[in-house]
Ligand binder design. Structure first.
Ligand SMILES: Cc1cc2nc3c(=O)[nH]c(=O)nc-3n(C[C@H](O)[C@H](O)[C@H](O)COP(=O)(O)OP(=O)(O)OC[C@H]3O[C@@H](n4cnc5c(N)ncnc54)[C@H](O)[C@@H]3O)c2cc1C
Length: 418
């Protein structure tokens, strides 16, 4: 109770027993969201442009370095804390939360997650030396990192090696290939790509996946393609091309072979897109309550809350929102290396529940608020469009989660039908 009383609002993850650090970060995210991000959100969406002004605010408030370890000058936030803060930001601007996730993962995967991945002493030493360079860029220079993995093949779904390749040369790597849907295109200073080590004539193998940062100004690197999607328009997720791009050894974000082990060890690393959609679900619910109470600024004071159908719809939305929050909070609290099968299944279920549930809550919000509520000067129609994108995000799209859960429920490792 005290935690909530001192916050002055109920966070998107609900009313929990927060640590002092979490309380102060949630308060910061809420204030930034309410005063800065919400008023600007329509502009990024309308023009399909990157939220640069929001990134200036994130940088000034230390949030670009949130997951950089404190020893390296960052905020030292753990996985659960990041997930709570991201949901709070998404409540006010989905685009900002989703792109911030790509940036944050570049520091969280190399930071707190990498600490839980088995490495040899030599790999650990190499990793600590190299990640210090990346952390320094974020902390001292306010650098932004993108996370372009998708290629339009089965690779980002985890079912094939990445087609983008890196060949070892003196002092670094030569990168060749193409990425699609690269959020932060043109805005990022570094593009943290996944690619396959090209070992000559050997068969490409996902175990040879490399995680490397390509500096934006590199020769042979280019950005192309239109960007005019249904939702999440400010992410500016265009195509990247790499033609014999030279990348120095120190740009490696993880030592050779470690990314593959990380993906096996820490499956919750793929759950980090979910807080954006939990935030959007909260936004749809918050809007509906304020709208039906006649409290939305600038709207005629027509109250609709006396109709039983409205009350039932709001109750249904709240029930669904509580389900989303409960499974989300449980999943982030138990996230860690080597989850049990039960925890892994719950993680998949949490991803599915949040990604599909957010759009369902937004759908109910549109139906309940009615025609006047979906006009473009109000945020609801944008929330509705943005919320539709969650189920499409690889590697855990709604379809692929169903696929994994069904298979892993019915087959134990190594079992097959002859
Ligand atoms: C707003 C937005 C921002 C994005 N930002 C990024 C980013 O920053 N970085 C990044 O790497 N990606 C990003 N993506 C890409 C995203 O993760 C997906 O890669 C992209 O949406 C894939 O597009 P697709 O539907 O054409 O994929 P397809 O590969 O054609 O898949 C279509 C559907 O088929 C199913 N499917 C795919 N593979 C399999 C399989 N092997 N078996 C069974 N079913 C399968 C999945 O359900 C998938 O949704 C972004 C996408 C959006 C919409």
């Amino acid at each position: 109770m005290d935690a909530i009383a001192s916050l002055g609002f109920t966070p998107a993850v609900g009313d929990l027993d927060f640590s002092p650090q979490q309380r102060s970060l949630l308060s910061l995210a809420h204030t930034l969201g309410e005063t800065k991000f919400a008023p600007r959100a329509a502009q990024w969406d309308r023009e399909a442009i990157f939220p640069t002004a929001n990134y200036d605010d994130l940088r000034a408030s230390g949030l670009l370095a949130l997951c950089v370890p404190q020893a390296d000058g960052g905020g030292g936030a753990d996985y659960a804390t990041y997930m709570m803060v991201a949901a709070e930001i998404a409540r006010f601007c989905g685009t900002t939360a989703l792109t911030w996730n790509m940036h944050i993962c570049s520091t969280m995967w190399t930071g707190v997650l990498a600490d839980g991945i088995p490495m040899t002493d030599a790999q650990r030493e190499e990793h600590h030396r190299r990640r210090a360079l990346h952390f320094r860029r974020v902390v001292k220079e306010g650098a932004i990192y993108a996370q372009p993995f998708s290629e339009g093949s089965a690779a980002a779904a985890g079912r094939a090696p990445f087609g983008t390749t890196a060949r070892k040369v003196e002092g670094g790597w030569r990168v060749n290939g193409r990425k699609i849907f690269a959020s932060l295109s043109g805005a990022a200073d570094y593009y943290g790509i996944l690619c396959t080590e090209d070992k000559g004539d050997e068969k490409p193998d996902p175990r040879d996946t490399l995680y490397i940062a390509v500096p934006a100004g590199s020769e042979g690197f280019s950005i192309s393609g239109e960007w005019d999607p249904l939702g999440m328009r400010g992410t500016v997720s265009r195509n990247l091309s790499f033609e014999d791009v030279f990348v120095a050894d120190d740009e490696q974000l993880m030592p050779r072979g470690v990314y593959y082990k990380g993906a096996q060890t820490w499956p919750a690393m793929f759950f980090t897109l979910a807080p954006t959609y939990l935030g959007l679900a909260n936004a749809a619910y918050d809007f509906t309550v304020r709208y039906l109470r006649g409290e939305w600024p600038g709207e005629p004071p027509v109250k609709r809350r006396m109709y039983p159908t409205k009350q039932v719809a709001v109750a249904q939305m709240r029930i669904q929102l509580e389900n989303l929050k409960s499974i989300f909070v449980r999943a982030i609290r138990e996230a860690g290396p080597n989850p049990s099968k039960d925890q892994r299944m719950r993680l998949y279920a949490a991803q599915y529940t949040v990604m599909e549930g957010a759009n369902d809550i937004a759908r109910l919000a549109v139906r309940t608020c009615g025609g006047q509520g979906m006009m473009r000067h109000l945020p609801l129609e944008r929330i509705y469009r943005d919320s539709r994108c969650g189920s499409l995000m690889l590697p855990w799209t709604a379809e692929l989660v169903l696929d994994r859960m069904g298979r892993e429920a019915l087959y134990e490792p190594g079992e097959r039908d002859d």
